[in-house]
Design a protein around this ligand. Structure first.
Ligand code: SAH
Length: 243
């Protein structure tokens, strides 16, 4: 019976791959991968390993999720070791849970190999700790893919009044709405925030601003990008280490 490994590829820097992920990649018969996974990782595969690209881009799927699920399942019928390689961590906005459920319903054995999520590591490479004594006692990771103005918005905006750190994933196109909404719930217009693009890679860029000016400053920021909102952003001045 096949084994499918739903594997986190980490945020970009290939050395942030786990030893476990590397082991299953080296023995895989097929690797089904996303855009967000560093393609150099594929060079670690054995000769003859098949590669299937199911490019996922900022929530816009080149292949619909149902087809990805089916592709993984069909591969499991054909091959012994199937690696489903996903950017960051497979269970952090990666729809890894849906893929696992699809396999479970069809009696296919699977394992989850967690990865280093961009939500924590990308701020870290920008010198921004998501928690810091006396500054932020917790952090939230929020999908900003949905429009904050949508009536049925699932995002609990009212809970964001505290100084806890908020990391928005998939949100660059919604940045104007996010900034507006945070000011509406009472955050100061000078509240610190940052947009980090291509984090942990040599092309990493970091734009630091306030809720008032971040939209203008980050209008040309490349993707993938995430948004950090919180006083922890100010620590970058002292902690920026990745040049
Ligand atoms: N499972 C992934 C997240 C998938 S959602 C994880 O755990 O990291 C995709 C979003 O993650 C992107 O839209 C972007 O907001 C963020 N992201 C992923 N890699 C990134 C990177 N290297 N730099 C900045 N943001 C990144």
């Amino acid at each position: 019976m096949a084994n499918v490994y739903l594997t986190g590829a980490g945020p970009g820097d290939m050395e942030l791959l786990t030893l476990k992920a590397l082991r299953v990649i080296q023995t895989a018969d097929v690797i089904i991968y996303d855009r967000l996974a560093n393609p150099n990782i594929l060079e670690k595969a054995k000769n003859g390993c098949e590669f299937v690209y199911v490019g996922k881009e900022d929530g816009r799927h080149i292949m619909p999720q149902d087809d990805i699920n089916e592709t993984i399942y069909q591969s499991s019928l054909k091959y012994e070791n199937v690696v489903r390689l996903k950017g960051g961590d497979p269970f952090v906005f990666g729809r890894g849970g849906e893929e696992a459920a699809y396999l479970q319903e069809r009696g296919v054995k699977f394992e989850i190999i967690p990865g280093i999520t961009s939500a924590i590591s990308v701020p870290a490479y920008a010198g921004i700790p998501v928690t810091h004594r006396g500054v932020a006692v917790s952090f939230r990771v929020v999908t900003a893919h949905e429009s904050p103005n949508k009536k049925e918005s699932q995002i609990p905006w009212e809970n964001f009044k505290t100084d806890d750190t908020i990391v928005f994933l998939m949100g660059l196109h919604n940045l104007p709405k996010i900034a507006k909404k945070l000011i509406e719930i009472g955050k100061d217009v000078n509240y610190p925030c940052a947009v980090i693009s291509k984090g942990t890679t040599p092309e990493q860029t970091v734009i630091v601003g306030t809720l008032q000016d971040i939209v203008e400053k980050a209008k040309d920021a490349p993707t993938p990008a995430l948004i950090v909102v919180g006083k922890v952003v100010e620590l970058r001045e002292q902690l920026n280490w990745f040049k």
